[in-house]
Write a protein that binds this ligand. Structure first.
Ligand SMILES: CSC[C@H]1O[C@H](OP(=O)(O)O)[C@H](O)[C@@H]1O
Length: 326
C-alpha cells in the first residue's frame, strides 16, 4: 500500500516533510496559504505532481481563510514558489475553472493515483528480466500523490515479479536520490545501489545499466524535457553508451504552450544549498555559486516518453499531441 505524500485532512493539508527524510518520517500540516507556499519553496513537498496538488490545496486554504483577495491573487502567490514544474500552474489554472475548488483539487489527487499506476503499467513493458535501471533525483511516490512516475515503472515491474535492479544517482545538491529514491526503493524491497552523480558514466561503461528512467517537471511540445539538474548529463551519457533514455511523466506535465525547451523557466536556487548542504560548510564563505535546479534534455536524446495514456516516441510534437487528445 503506497503512503500518501500529500492529502487533505479535516480542513488542512497533511504532507510528509521530505526535508527530514531519510532520518525522520514526519507528517506536517499546512493550514494556510503562506505555510503551503513555504512548504513548496523549501521542498518539504516537491516533485511536479505533488507540487501541483499542494498548490491547488493551498489555494483552497487561501480562499477559505481570507475574503480580502481574489483567487487570481492567491494563485499568483502560489505560482511564485517555484517556476519550473508546470503542474503547479496546471493545477491552479484547472481548479480556477470550477465552482467548487476543493472538490476539483481532490479530483486531481484521485486522478494522480490512477495516473501513477497507469504509467507504471505502460512503462514496465519496456523492462526486461534482470534489467538494471539508472535513475536521477526522485520521481517516486514522494514526487506525486503516492506512487510516482519513473519509480512507478519500477514498483509495477517488481510487483509483477520482474527481477530488476536500480542504480540511483545521489543528485546533488539536495540529494533527492540519496535521501528519497533509495528510501522508497528499499521500502519496496527493490535492489538499489546509490552512486554519486559523477559515477554514472563509469557504471554505464562497465555495462551495468540497461536503461535510464527519469521523471520530468515540464515537457515542451517537441519533447524537450526539463528535469532535475544533471538529467541532461545522464541523457548524453546514455546516448554515448547506446542505452535507452526514458522519461516518465503524466500528460499534465506536457506544456504545449512551449514549442521547445528553450522557453522553459529554470529555477535558480540558493548558494547555501551547494556550499552548506545539510549544515556543513564545504566551500569558502562568499564563494560565487551558480545553481540551476533543472536542465533541459533535448528530445533527440529521449528514447520514449511514458505517460498514463501510453508511450510516445519521436516525432514528439505529433505523437504527444495525439496522446494528449486520446
Ligand atoms: C515526478 S516529478 C519529479 C521531478 O521533480 C524533481 O524536482 P524537485 O525535487 O526539485 O521538485 C525532479 O526534477 C524529479 O524528476
Amino acid at each position: 500500500m503506497a503512503v500518501s505524500t500529500i492529502e487533505w485532512a479535516d480542513g488542512r493539508i497533511r504532507m510528509i516533510d521530505q526535508t527530514l527524510l531519510p532520518n525522520e518520517f514526519k507528517y506536517i500540516y499546512c493550514d494556510d496559504l503562506p505555510s503551503t507556499w513555504e512548504a513548496i519553496k523549501s521542498l518539504r513537498v516537491r516533485g511536479a505532481p505533488a507540487i501541483g496538488i499542494a498548490g491547488a490545496l493551498g489555494a483552497v486554504l487561501g480562499i477559505w481563510n481570507s475574503a480580502a483577495k481574489t483567487y487570481e491573487a492567491f494563485a499568483a502567490e502560489l505560482k511564485s514558489a517555484r517556476p519550473t514544474a508546470v503542474n503547479l500552474f496546471w493545477a491552479l489554472d484547472r481548479i480556477s475553472r470550477t465552482e467548487v475548488l476543493l472538490a476539483e483539487a481532490l479530483e486531481i489527487i484521485a486522478e494522480d493515483k490512477a495516473m501513477c499506476r497507469a504509467i507504471g503499467q505502460h512503462g514496465m513493458a519496456l523492462l526486461n528480466e534482470n534489467d538494471t535501471i539508472l535513475t536521477h533525483c526522485n520521481a517516486g511516490g514522494l514526487a506525486t500523490s503516492d506512487y510516482g512516475t519513473a519509480l512507478a515503472v519500477m514498483f509495477s515491474a517488481h510487483k509483477a515479479g520482474k527481477q530488476i535492479q536500480v542504480y540511483a544517482d545521489e543528485t546533488r545538491p539536495l540529494l533527492q536520490g540519496a535521501r528519497l529514491t533509495t528510501w522508497e526503493l528499499m521500502q519496496a524491497g527493490i535492489d538499489v545501489t546509490l552512486i554519486c552523480d559523477n559515477m554514472a558514466a563509469q557504471v554505464m561503461k562497465e555495462g551495468k545499466i540497461q536503461c535510464v528512467i527519469v521523471g520530468a517537471d515540464r515537457i515542451a511540445a517537441n519533447g524537450d524535457t526539463a528535469n532535475k539538474i544533471g538529467t541532461y548529463n545522464v541523457a548524453i551519457l546514455a546516448e554515448a553508451h547506446g542505452i535507452p533514455f526514458y522519461v516518465a511523466a503524466p500528460t499534465s506535465t506536457l506544456d504545449f504552450a512551449l514549442e521547445t525547451g528553450a522557453e522553459i523557466p529554470i529555477e535558480q536556487r540558493a548558494a547555501e544549498e551547494v556550499t552548506k548542504g545539510f549544515g556543513k560548510l564545504t566551500a569558502p564563505e562568499g564563494v560565487k555559486v551558480y545553481s540551476p535546479a533543472f536542465d533541459v534534455t533535448p528530445a533527440a536524446l529521449v528514447t520514449a516518453i511514458i505517460t498514463e495514456k501510453g508511450i510516445a516516441r519521436a516525432p514528439y510534437t505529433e505523437n504527444l499531441n495525439a496522446l494528449r487528445d486520446s
